[in-house]
Design a protein around this ligand. Structure first.
Ligand SMILES: [Zn+2]
Length: 203
C-alpha cells in the first residue's frame, strides 16, 4: 500500500486513489477529488502543488492504450441522470488508464431486465465494472454481462461504504438504509484492495 503525501516536495508520482494532500492545504482541480478531508488523485501522473495559490493538480502521463469493443474495465460514476450515468474509466483490462476517459452508461445497457431509471442502477461515487460497447467518443459502456455491475458504493444518506444485502440490493452498516444498485458478482470483494492501491492489482 502506497500513500504518498506531498510535503513541500514539488513532484510525486501517483495513481488514481492515492492521497496527494489534505483539503486544508490545497484546492483540488478536475484531476483530483476530495474524500473525507483528503485530496485523492483521479489519474496516474505527477503531482504539481502550487503553494502560493493553494492549488494542486496531477499532470497525467500520456495515454498509452487503445480501447477495444468488449474490453472490460473499472470506472467511477461522476453523475447520474434518469437515463444516463457519466462514468470515468480508470482501468481497462486490468491496466491503469493514465488519464481517465469519460464514458456514458445508458439505462438500456444497465441490466438484462428492464430498468426504468438510472437511480436504481448506480449513484455518483460508485465504482463499476463494465464492458466497452462503443470506442469512439463519446465512449459507451454496458453493465450487461457476467460479473459486471457496481463493485463499490457509498450510502446515499451518510456516505458509509455499503454492504451486500442481496443481489441488486445493498445495506448501509451505519444508518441501515437499504438501497438499489445493479450489483456485480464481485461486489465488495474489490473494495479494500482497489481503494487502498489500485496499482497493486495490476502487478
Ligand atoms: Zn448510511
Amino acid at each position: 500500500m502506497s500513500k504518498k503525501h506531498v510535503e513541500n516536495t514539488t513532484q510525486s508520482r501517483v495513481v488514481p486513489g492515492d492521497k496527494i494532500a489534505v483539503i486544508e492545504e490545497f484546492l483540488p482541480d478536475e484531476t483530483c477529488f476530495e474524500q473525507d478531508g483528503s485530496i485523492l488523485s483521479m489519474t496516474t501522473g505527477e503531482v504539481i502543488p502550487d503553494q502560493k495559490k493553494h492549488k494542486i493538480t496531477v499532470k497525467p502521463f500520456k495515454r498509452l492504450f487503445e480501447l477495444k469493443k468488449g474490453d472490460t474495465g473499472i470506472g467511477r460514476v461522476v453523475y447520474v441522470k434518469k437515463q444516463i450515468a457519466s462514468v470515468d474509466i480508470h482501468r481497462v483490462n486490468d491496466t491503469q488508464v493514465s488519464l481517465p476517459v469519460n464514458s456514458i452508461l445508458h439505462v438500456s445497457e444497465a441490466s438484462r431486465r428492464f430498468v426504468k431509471n438510472m437511480y436504481e442502477v448506480t449513484r455518483p461515487g460508485d465504482w463499476l465494472k463494465f464492458k466497452i460497447v462503443r470506442t469512439m467518443k463519446p465512449v459507451y459502456i454496458s453493465l450487461i454481462g457476467d460479473g459486471l455491475g457496481v463493485v463499490i458504493a457509498q450510502c446515499n444518506h451518510c456516505g458509509t461504504d455499503l454492504d451486500f444485502f442481496r443481489r441488486n440490493t445493498l445495506k448501509c452498516p451505519n444508518c441501515g438504509l437499504i438501497q438499489d444498485r445493479i450489483t456485480a458478482k464481485s461486489f465488495g470483494k474489490l473494495v479494500t484492495s482497489f481503494k487502498r492501491s489500485p496499482s497493486d492489482e495490476t502487478r
